[in-house]
Design a protein around this ligand. Sequence first.
Ligand code: 5RP
Length: 225
Amino acid sequence: MTQDQAKELVGRRAAEQVEDGMRVGLGTGSTATMFIKALGERVKQGLKIRCVASSDASHRLGQSLGMEMLTFHELPELDLYIDGADEVGPGLALIKGGGGALLREKIVASAAQRFLVVVDSSKVVPELGRFPLPVEVIKMALPVVERKLSSLGLHPHLRRHADGAEYLTDENNYILDCACGSIPDPSRTAAAIRSVVGVVEHGLFLRMAGAVLVAGDQGVTELRA
Ligand code: 5RP
């Protein structure tokens, strides 16, 4: 099975978990996109749901598929949030933010009763940190935060587009991707990053995921917290 096939399979499986009347958080990224498209098919067949997305891109995708897309001003609580991840480690600790939406993703996850993660098997790791940890930073604070994250040994690099322009999040902030290499104690790393003034949010999602659906050659398996 290719990685794209695994993403489609797990996206479809996740869409089956959505029930009529649910308030659903829509994630961001290629796996979440597969989920949203599969969910869109169910909406076309008559499923009634209300949704909040974790990025402008997913909001627009939901709208294009005929879903009722709202904001937290209209729908501040959600039943279920479904999203991808860049890494899934022990205890369902996650690295997220490869797609740059970590801040809104963490807010949406925090507003949901249940957070279901969808990944292909390449994302499940024995220890977090091979994937660079994204940290969202207030623009004017960038040089200060960069120095402090460097002094913590986190090797931050400003995220840029292919043409060299700085990457900006939906909230108009920068992202520093931290080449940590290994994160043996995610809680400690999260606390250290959070202590730096000017950091808006980091991509460590700890004790948030309730379950992870993993797609691979054996089909879809479920990891539980
Ligand atoms: C976006 C995310 C994504 O969920 C994460 O990057 C995984 O993306 P993909 O499903 O494309 O591999 O956190 O900010």
